[in-house]
Design a protein around this ligand. Structure first.
Ligand SMILES: *[C@@H]1O[C@H](CO)[C@@H](O)[C@H](O)[C@H]1NC(C)=O
Ligand SMILES: *[C@@H]1O[C@H](CO)[C@@H](O)[C@H](O)[C@H]1NC(C)=O
Ligand SMILES: *[C@@H]1O[C@H](CO)[C@@H](O)[C@H](O)[C@H]1NC(C)=O
Ligand SMILES: *[C@@H]1O[C@H](CO)[C@@H](O)[C@H](O)[C@H]1NC(C)=O
Ligand SMILES: *[C@@H]1O[C@H](CO)[C@@H](O)[C@H](O)[C@H]1NC(C)=O
Length: 474
């Protein structure tokens, strides 16, 4: 065998070289290196086959830390190493009118009352403009608009580690439709057929695909950055709110992730996006540590505006603001009234929540608020006034035992009395629970990947697999 001969030759040369005089040392050293290199080369050649197989296995079946790729597992040998088994996702290649074209015309999505153009909110993969500031605000903080989850989620999905082009091996099928952004263009002043047309078009498009026929859409899911109620208009009266997308017969079998679910079991709530989009585990741990050490001079705080519309007197918001203001030094109120734009600066909100022990989260236009997640992010214990503001919503992300991380005040409960009744030890234990929730409610930066931490996206995907498995079993 060639290799054997080479090795013998090498050793022979080596022995000879040792006997040589010092003057010849240099040229012999050269031969030593040459023989050694050739030997290694042939050695590699011999084991080429074996090595290549290993490398292939490694590349095709990556762990969490490798980049994105498209996989064709059906074409490969069976391998126990396939960590993607049961986690493959097929993403529909939708016509651009369902996503890219919608955000290309971002000025059409912008409303006159918006403080910032939607085009600005779409920067940085939907995270919005970066927030500049001191050390702690490093590179992971953005002025994220609460309605951008469709774009953020889609960009995370593009980097998901178990994408497949072969839908027959996929456990779930993702439909990257920007439902909420599409609808926002027509929500005010347009007739119902304008509001409904793209949803009808989408269902029509999907129903023709072979991917649909396998499970009649039960393995399909999409995400909406708007609340579920916006897509459940029952009649065709123009005055009625929203579109009919989720009441279309073809739509019922699709699972929709949404920032707020309603009565339908096919709409599942996931956290609103916050301002923090870390790129690695360290940034998350660093932030948790920072929040833990905060000095919190206020017992409770509230950021919000009085509701001008409808019966203002006696509304929960009005009561809360009145009670906050009557509690003097115990409560800190950040007035988000339209005359000032205090609440559009993330730093103001985070600073408010970081210096408070409890954060009031009453219902607003709907039951849930993005502010709930900003307060968790700040280590501030959320105080709810309705179970639908969180407990019945974010079942994949928040713990079942809600007393551990939050307070529920029902009826006309005195806020200051209730909160003064929570002992310091209880406060500490609850805050620790809240701080533990931080990784679960944030969306990591779409162009990076957290290592050991499962963020809101990861938990949503996990929930989707479980749910679809049950739906498609029967
Ligand atoms: C892989 O193994 C499973 C059982 O472990 C078997 O059902 C399947 O047909 C195999 N696939 C291929 C491509 O050999
Ligand atoms: C942050 O700074 C960059 C340039 O340094 C600027 O382009 C960007 O607009 C700033 N962002 C904000 C929110 O002020
Ligand atoms: C709805 O409005 C669009 C333009 O805004 C118009 O072209 C269309 O005819 C209207 N449809 C109905 C049914 O009124
Ligand atoms: C939804 O699933 C049901 C079976 O559970 C099926 O009868 C129905 O046709 C499906 N809808 C569509 C549009 O495929
Ligand atoms: C608690 O709130 C009430 C109004 O709801 C107020 O009258 C009372 O002074 C407050 N107590 C404290 C200690 O601030």
């Amino acid at each position: 065998m060639k290799l054997y001969a080479l090795i013998t030759q090498f050793f022979a040369a080596n022995i000879k070289w040792k006997r040589q005089s010092r003057r010849k040392n240099c040229s012999n050293q050269f031969w030593f290196v040459l023989f050694f290199s050739v030997a290694i080369f042939f050695l590699l050649l011999c084991f080429n086959h074996l090595l290549f197989e290993n490398i292939k296995g490694f590349v095709y079946f990556p762990g969490k830390s490798t980049g994105s790729a498209t996989y064709f597992p059906g074409k490969l040998k069976n391998s126990s190493k396939d960590s993607c088994l049961g986690r493959y996702i097929y993403v529909h290649d939708l016509p651009k009118r369902f996503n890219e074209d919608v955000i290309k015309d971002c000025q059409l999505i912008t409303r006159p009352s918006d403080k910032y153009s939607v085009c600005k909110s779409l920067e940085n993969s939907g995270l919005g403009p970066r927030i500049n500031g001191s050390n702690l605000w490093k590179n992971s903080w953005f002025s994220t608009n609460q309605f951008m989850l469709e774009v953020i989620f889609h960009n995370r999905m593009r980097k998901y580690d178990c994408l497949t082009d072969d839908f027959t091996v996929a456990s779930a099928v993702f439909v990257p439709y920007y439902a909420g952004l599409d609808l926002r263009r027509y929500l005010w002043g347009f007739n119902t057929s304008m509001r409904d047309s793209s949803g009808v078009d989408l269902i029509d498009w999907l129903a023709r695909k072979p991917e649909w026929k396998r499970n009649l859409g039960k393995d399909h899911f999409l995400i909406s950055g708007r609340i579920a109620r916006d897509f459940r208009r029952k009649s065709n009266r123009k005055s009625e709110w929203g579109s009919n997308f989720r009441v279309l017969p073809g739509s019922e079998n699709i699972t929709m992730l949404t920032i707020e679910s309603g009565s339908s079991i096919n709409d599942i709530a996931v956290p609103y996006p916050t301002y923090f989009h870390p790129s690695n585990d360290f940034q998350v741990h660093e932030w948790q540590e920072f929040v833990r050490k905060q000095n919190r001079p206020y017992l409770f705080s509230f950021a919000g505006a009085r509701r001008r519309r409808s019966k203002q007197k006696g509304s929960i918001r009005t009561q809360i603001i009145d009670q906050c203001q009557a509690s003097n030094k115990l409560c800190n109120f950040l007035d988000c009234d339209s005359s000032s734009n205090n609440c559009d600066h993330p730093a103001n909100l985070i600073n408010l929540f970081q210096t408070s022990i409890f954060c009031l989260q009453p219902p607003g236009d709907s039951l849930t608020r993005r502010s709930t997640f900003d307060s968790i992010l700040s280590g501030c214990i959320p105080v709810f006034f309705h179970p639908g503001s969180a407990y019945t919503q974010y079942v994949w992300h928040l713990p079942k035992d809600h007393k551990k991380y939050s307070v529920l005040i029902s009826g006309n409960g005195r806020i200051n009395q209730t909160l003064l009744g929570v002992s310091k030890d209880e406060q500490m234990a609850m805050r620790e629970e809240v701080i533990k929730l931080i990784p679960r409610i944030l969306y990591a930066h779409p162009s990076s990947r957290l290592d050991t931490i499962q963020d809101a996206f990861d938990l949503a995907i996990k929930g989707i697999f479980k749910r679809i498995q049950i739906l498609t079993q029967n």
